[in-house]
Design a protein around this ligand. Sequence first.
Ligand SMILES: Cc1cc2nc3c(=O)[nH]c(=O)nc-3n(C[C@H](O)[C@H](O)[C@H](O)COP(=O)(O)O)c2cc1C
Length: 198
Amino acid sequence: MMIKSLPPDTTLYPVPVVLVTSAFDGVENVLAINRIASVNAEPPMLAISIRPGRASHALIERSGEFVVSLPWPEMEVVTDYVGTTTLKRVDKWQASGLRKQTGNLVKAPLLLDCPVNIECKVFNILRLPSHSLFVAEVLAIHADDTVIGKRGEVDWDLIRGGLAYRAAVVRERPVADIRPHELLERLIALRSRNITGD
Ligand SMILES: Cc1cc2nc3c(=O)[nH]c(=O)nc-3n(C[C@H](O)[C@H](O)[C@H](O)COP(=O)(O)O)c2cc1C
């Protein structure tokens, strides 16, 4: 066996891909992220990492809140769509067809098409060289009863693994093997069926 040195990277997988919603001053947004981790137990905390140029970054920074939504595996195309388009140019809600509902404890919307929605309040922001790490407390979890396991917790097997990168190198790229300009076309075709795969 030969050990080879590779360039530094954040190789770490499998990596979940989730949707994150935000809201400030009447503007609501959604993007896809893969840079997410569980970082504290009591109280439960998550951390998400977002580049300052994203429209979502400003909304989360100003509101101090966000919602993490776990998609069904069939939501690959819609996830890539909201992860390759920006609020600065596109009405992602209209194009994606994602259905939302006001959050209970935060202003960011819950996504009705996702089986799990996690309401979060920002605890601290760490400015990293390329991203801001938003460390946040989990305030509430809303789960479709079909994905709650015997112990009363969300069971990832019941979400059928959710959405995740299948390759080792993780760099904020679409999950589906589709060119970005073809995503909208594919999304429209899927919307005429059912994007959640229910
Ligand atoms: C699968 C996937 C994962 C992504 N992960 C991240 C991430 O962890 N952090 C980040 O800042 N952007 C990530 N992105 C890119 C943003 O979702 C993308 O730039 C989006 O268009 C930003 O939207 P906004 O400007 O409306 O906030 C990811 C994109 C995809 C498709």
